[in-house]
Design a protein around this ligand. Structure first.
Ligand SMILES: Cc1cc2nc3c(=O)[nH]c(=O)nc-3n(C[C@H](O)[C@H](O)[C@H](O)COP(=O)(O)OP(=O)(O)OC[C@H]3O[C@@H](n4cnc5c(N)ncnc54)[C@H](O)[C@@H]3O)c2cc1C
Length: 399
């Protein structure tokens, strides 16, 4: 698309957002205000519903998916303009679902036409909430050791086993799962990728509590669950390729998530000015914190600029599958450092759990700090990312 057309597109998007995004949907979002997809979708307010419906009807819950499947049909540059303009105006994400972030792109790449028609529009319209069934009690970093079994029974598979750390399994409608379909093949070669309806008989979930006080994880059990063969994505025993492609989307998401998770309304600079204060020369009073703050601001900007550079490279056809890997590591580690810094800047006010002595931003700081520890584990731990980068990107020897 020519630059002039893109300029016009930007103006149109800006106008449309300004006409259609209710003012209440231009405020920073809290966890409770997020609108999650699902059969029993719930809205925290009438405005949130209106905003979701307007974005859905335009296909902008999934702007770069094909228009005939419920998406916005935008190209990569147009999608970025939409994201930028939404950010500029402070518009909230209208719909949350890992179907949008992870499964949808994998179905678009590996699914049959029938599978795309069945699942993609429902994800775009927020009608189904998805969860991810990869990890198992003895298969996390070493995912290919998974043991959940799917036995070929003619017109269906019979699934038995259990998954762990399944985020929001108890609230989800469907799960995408890695299962072992050939126990005799080499580890990665006997795995298939299945879509399973959580309402099917034989599936149960058991919540696991987190240090942040929430309980968003579950262990998910499969006891003789019948799964129709048409729910197999990709070839039988070739699920590892689908799994890897999906992990690339997950890592891209994890790299960007640090900036999009609900948190306090202030960033480190505002927190420093408010909680630490400046001396007579206008410098931040605590020199150690000043140095940490500057380091963080530089790193954050460098991460942002690198995201921008890789986007530009992609547009010009230079895709590098190693980039999400590196950005996942760098983005989540810097996200953790940001939360450490916020807690340090707030002092005792950054260590509140509940009660009148703390305002809501301070409580969000504590909980965000605890939650951020999970970001460098989810989607592949930092240590494992470093191993892969050392081997695949830098070509270092095993020892
Ligand atoms: C917030 C969050 C959400 C998640 N959501 C989901 C979900 O929805 N669905 C799902 O399937 N899974 C989910 N997970 C699980 C996640 O994918 C696993 O936690 C992750 O892959 C690590 O596996 P593990 O927990 O079994 O740790 P392990 O693999 O047991 O690792 C334990 C420790 O050993 C280190 N380690 C392991 N192997 C090596 C190695 N070769 N070299 C160096 N160090 C190593 C790891 O870095 C880690 O520090 C989620 C995790 C988190 C934190």
């Amino acid at each position: 698309m020519a630059d002039l057309d893109l300029d016009q597109f930007r103006l149109d998007v800006r106008q449309w957002l300004s006409d259609n995004c209710p003012p209440s949907q231009r405020q920073p979002i809290t966890r409770e205000e997020q609108v999650w997809a699902g059969r029993n979708m719930q809205f925290p307010s009438e405005d949130a519903k209106l905003w979701f419906e307007r974005m859905r009807d335009r296909g902008w819950t999934v702007p770069d998916w094909p228009a005939e499947l419920g998406g916005g049909g935008l190209n990569e540059q147009q999608s970025k303009i939409l994201r930028d303009e939404m950010k500029q105006l402070g518009c909230r994400t209208p719909l949350y679902d890992i179907g949008i972030w992870m499964l949808g792109p994998a179905v678009l790449e590996f699914g049959t036409e029938e599978q795309k028609r069945e699942h993609i529009p429902r994800i775009a319209r927020g009608e189904v909430r998805w969860c991810q069934g990869y990890s198992e009690p003895s298969a996390g970093s070493d995912l290919a050791s998974l043991r959940t079994r799917a036995e070929d029974c003619g017109d269906h598979f019979l699934v038995n086993g259990s998954k762990i750390w399944t985020t929001n399994a108890d609230k989800s409608d469907w799960i995408f799962c890695l299962v072992r379909t050939d126990p005799d093949a080499k580890k990665q070669e006997g795995i298939s990728f299945l879509l399973i309806d959580m309402a099917d008989p034989g599936i149960t979930t058991s919540p696991i509590e987190l240090i942040s006080g929430e309980s968003e994880f579950c262990q998910t059990f499969f006891d003789n669950v019948k799964v129709p063969k048409r729910n197999l994505i990709g070839e039988l025993n070739q699920g590892w390729s689908v799994a890897k492609a999906l992990l690339r989307h997950e890592r891209k998401l994890m790299a960007e998530i640090g900036g999009d998770t609900p948190g306090p309304s202030f960033g480190p600079v505002q927190a420093a000015l408010h909680y630490v204060g400046c001396d007579a020369s206008g410098k931040l009073r605590d020199p150690a914190l000043r140095e940490q703050l500057v380091r963080h601001e530089m790193a954050y900007r460098a991460v942002g600029l690198t995201h921008f550079r890789t986007f530009e490279e992609r547009i010009s056809g230079q895709t590098d599958s190693n980039v999400p890997l590196i950005m996942k590591y760098v983005g989540t580690e810097e996200g953790k450092r940001k939360d450490e810094l916020l807690v340090a800047l707030l002092g005792f006010q950054g260590l509140g759990w509940e009660g009148d002595g703390f305002n809501s931003d301070e409580l969000l700081t504590t909980r965000g700090w605890l939650f951020s520890k999970a970001l460098s584990i989810a989607g592949g731990s930092s240590e494992v990312q470093l191993n892969i980068i050392a081997k695949r990107v830098l070509g270092l020897p095993q020892q």
